[in-house]
Design a protein around this ligand. Structure first.
Ligand SMILES: Cc1ncc(COP(=O)(O)O)c(C=O)c1O
Length: 368
């Protein structure tokens, strides 16, 4: 049996007809960028998350950069974030001229540890980028209370967590700004790159709309601000708009798959993701942790099961961030997670027999 980590071909089959029909219409009309489907997608996601303003852009990295630019963060500012995330959560901070300041993660959730945030706040701290890693919401009550106390902005990097919620409150609706990625493998993945920024602040939304088109407002070639080119194509917006109607169903299936693993693997010497049944985790990835991670990975690979390591080197130990002065041992939980984490297939289209096979192979590994 061959089981990939994600199966985009299967997902595409479900929407192929609809997507091709829409693409034909868009190509005939030749209104190719930031048109009606971008606006419809923005409306859909704003109403789904309960955040009034949504601004689409080219990718999730730009969404972070645009957010920081719109908040006026730059030279001389510090932005707190987690060292255990995808690279661009932190690179976006340096790309606007500010300095990333890392805060270790919680051992259990692998999200930023709210109890370690305050000690990193200085008079230069302007913002905090939290990441709902692998689809699991951060402890937003604690985080927002700290942010309010110190008057700093909170950006939710929700690239991996669209649809996660706590007591009915959706990811993206807690902080001042939230950023999305529609990279094809995401829970809502496009047919290419794509991103979005969400905010409750109408002025910030106006600034974001200008910043994504070189800082222009309604009058062409008049630049109020220095922006970037980060527009979403209509074809991509249309595909996302089409796929959006399946998002809740896909997330539910991811959660079901996660529950299955958590019950079938619970007696093994593995650290499993927390499996609260409250929608606060939408399992973009199902990440298990164990000392013998690399051996298990190889063992599963030989049996046709694709896995992945997110993330093999925490950001404070990356070559490009050496100038920040961090060293090994500074963030022990992030370092441990990067040595032990292994993502196994959890995508919605996973079949029962495939899940059973994955469980069987993991169990066999521990029998050897
Ligand atoms: C947590 C996180 N932040 C940011 C990004 C960047 O998104 P993109 O690849 O669309 O630029 C990603 C996705 O890869 C991500 O997983």
């Amino acid at each position: 049996m061959k089981i990939p980590l994600v199966n985009l071909k299967l997902q595409y089959k479900k929407v192929e007809k609809e997507i091709l029909k829409g693409i034909k219409e868009i190509l005939r009309e030749q209104n190719l960028i930031l048109g009606k489907y971008c606006a419809l997608l923005e409306e859909k996601i704003a109403s789904y998350t309960g955040v009034p303003y949504a601004v689409s852009c080219a990718n999730g990295t730009d969404a972070l950069i645009l957010s920081l630019m719109a908040l006026g963060i730059g030279n001389g500012d510090e932005v707190l974030t987690t060292p255990y995330t995808f690279f661009s959560t932190a690179s976006s901070i340096t790309l606007v001229g500010a300095r990333p300041v890392f805060v270790d993660i919680e051992a259990e959730s692998m999200n930023i540890d709210p109890d370690k945030i305050e000690e990193k706040i200085t008079e230069k701290t302007r913002a905090l980028i939290v990441v709902h890693l692998f689809g699991k919401l951060c402890n937003m009550d604690k985080i927002m209370a700290i942010a309010e106390k110190y008057g700093i902005y909170v950006i939710e990097d929700m690239a991996q967590s669209i649809g996660a919620r706590k007591n009915g409150k959706m990811a993206g609706s807690f902080g001042h700004v939230a950023t999305l990625s529609f990279y094809p493998t995401k829970n809502l993945g496009g047919i290419g790159e794509g991103g979005m920024v969400l905010t409750k602040d109408s002025e910030l939304a106006n600034r974001l709309r200008k910043l994504r088109v070189h800082g222009m407002d309604k009058v062409p070639y008049r630049h109020e601000l220095i922006g970037i080119n980060s527009r979403l194509d209509e074809i991509k917006a249309y595909a996302l708009y089409t796929k959006f109607k399946y998002l809740e169903d896909w997330n539910r299936k991811r959660i079901e798959n996660a529950k299955f693993y958590s019950s079938e693997l619970k007696d093994l010497p593995l650290l499993l993701p927390s499996a609260e049944d409250d929608g606060s985790h939408v399992f973009h990835q199902y990440v298990i942790r164990l000392e013998e991670r690399d051996n298990l990975r190889e063992f599963l690979g030989r049996r046709g099961i694709q896995t992945a390591v997110y993330y093999p080197l925490p950001l404070h130990l990356q070559e490009c961030f050496r100038y920040l002065g961090y060293k090994k041992g500074d963030f022990p939980h992030a370092e441990e997670a990067s040595m032990k984490s292994l993502a196994i297939p959890v995508y919605p289209e996973l079949k029962e027999r495939e899940k059973r096979y994955i469980v069987k192979c993991i169990r066999d590994f521990f029998k050897k």
